[in-house]
Write a protein that binds this ligand. Structure first.
Ligand code: ACO
Length: 423
């Protein structure tokens, strides 16, 4: 960040004040209004933060106009080639790709922290049948602080590396346990001889009566999916993390808040909704009808997996997933008619004036669900998959936030309710 020899002039309340302009390393400029109220009595109004940078960050760079995504300066396309979610997680949380020795230590930490506390297992028995796994997971993550109480910021006796490795590792175990419980099968323990993604697939699909062996293609594609979802700067759930965390809440409660934000259908819940939408379109056999419904302002229907607050061009993650999706289905000899429906919907939307003029393109969620289906992941687990992948990003933002001089997040408002003389 640098101060540039440029400033904005604001004329307000009969005064003229100079506001400093700051510039990021990629040339993004911002008008610094932090001192505005003190100087003038005015605040700025920006509902839903459409035009507000809430922090400085060194983690992820997104250029929504050009379709660029980089973690710690490295293009997402390069990180996908690396093929290791664990290395990318390390990069996000620590700021550099691990050396072989750092990799070994990190994997060891993930391994030793992968087991669920035995007493926590019983919690899973008491959720109602059919409870959504995202609800179970956010509750269980919050409960972690009761089992591992050393994470309160002011009395943190555990080093951050251990707490963060535990989170990344144990949440994966919890997700698989939640799934096994939901289908009434015995839980499968993590195995130290399997890498992160293979271990997760094994915990999901191994059974005493039908032993599972992880296909390398499946392990590879899960690594790619997780890498692509690992961070996306100040999205809704990450903003929830930074907001809740700024009150110096413990790490687990903070992550649980992010998890709740992610569960919304306009955010991480969209991947599940895409599949439901594609099934509906397939059953109806009329793509045009749904394109028209999405355009109709009197209809609540939106084309799920389309549009993005930041990307005004093709989401670079969607481009990679679309290619991987096709290749994986072919390699595994899986026919999924929903892929063809998705292609048809995409083509119809991209040729339509409504979508063209609004710069609405497929986002990361449009093809993700089809890949998860091909991996055998049930639909109500899709958002959980997103959450597992996003953990390193959330942790990186939390670490960056607590490492800076962050004040508690507390926006202002413009009160429009009753005044005393109206009561
Ligand atoms: N289908 C139809 N119209 C859409 C869609 C869509 N999917 N997305 C945006 N639009 C329209 C809006 O109606 C609006 O039209 P208008 O200018 O005529 O009023 C215009 O495009 C701009 O859209 P906004 O809603 O203002 O865009 P915003 O940045 O607030 O929303 C969002 C972004 C929430 C992602 C939106 O595009 C959407 O709801 N998409 C579907 C849900 C989805 O796929 N979510 C996943 C996002 S990616 C992620 O979280 C990982």
């Amino acid at each position: 960040m640098s101060n540039v020899p440029e400033y904005a002039i604001l004329k307000v309340g009969g005064r003229e004040i100079k506001l400093p302009v700051v510039e990021g390393t990629e040339g993004e400029k911002a008008i610094d209004i932090a001192g505005l109220r003190k100087e003038t009595g005015y605040v700025t109004l920006d509902p839903s933060f459409m035009n507000t940078a809430a922090c400085f960050s060194k983690i992820t760079f997104v250029d929504g106009e050009q379709g660029i995504l980089r973690y710690r300066g490295i293009p997402i396309e390069e990180l996908v080639k690396l093929g290791s979610f664990v290395k990318v997680a390390y990069l996000l949380v620590n700021g550099n790709l691990p050396t072989p020795e750092q990799s070994r230590k990190f994997s060891q930490l993930l391994n030793v922290n992968s087991l669920l506390h035995e007493d926590m297992r019983h919690f899973f028995d008491h959720f109602p049948q059919g409870a959504h796994p995202m609800h179970i997971l956010s509750t269980m993550i919050n409960a972690l602080a009761a089992f591992y109480p050393n994470v309160d910021l002011r009395s943190m006796t555990e080093d951050i590396d251990t707490s963060t490795a535990r989170l990344i590792s144990i949440v994966r175990t919890m997700a698989a346990v939640a799934y096994k419980k939901s289908i009434g099968e015995p839980i499968v323990y993590p195995r130290h001889d399997l890498k992160y993604c293979a271990n997760f697939l094994n915990m999901m699909f191994d059974s005493p009566v039908a032993p599972y062996s992880v296909r390398p293609e499946a392990e590879r594609v899960l690594n790619i999916l997780f890498i692509l979802h690992a961070d996306h700067e100040q999205n809704c759930s990450t903003t929830a993390i930074r907001t809740v965390g700024s009150a110096q809440v413990n790490l687990y409660a903070t992550i649980s808040a992010g998890m709740s934000a992610l569960s919304g259908p306009l955010h991480g819940g969209a991947n599940q909704e895409v599949i439901e939408m594609l099934k509906m379109i397939e059953a109806d056999g009329n793509v045009k009808k749904y394109i028209n419904m999405a355009k109709d302002k009197n209809s609540p229907f939106r084309l799920m997996g389309f549009g993005h607050r930041v990307y005004k061009t093709y989401d670079p993650r969607a481009a990679i997933i679309k290619k991987e999706c096709h290749a994986f289905l072919q390699a595994m000899d899986i026919q999924d008619s929903l892929l063809e429906v998705a292609w048809e919907v995409e083509k119809a939307a991209l040729e339509d004036e409504y979508f063209i003029t609004r710069n609405l393109y497929p986002n990361v969620d449009f093809y993700t669900g089809i890949l998860y289906r091909a991996l055998g992941i049930p639909e109500d687990m899709f958002t959980v998959m997103f959450a597992l992948a996003r953990l390193p990003g959330w942790i990186a933002h939390w670490k960056e936030m607590i490492g800076g001089n962050t004040k508690i997040v507390r926006p202002r408002q413009i009160y429009i309710g009753k005044t005393l003389d109206q009561i």
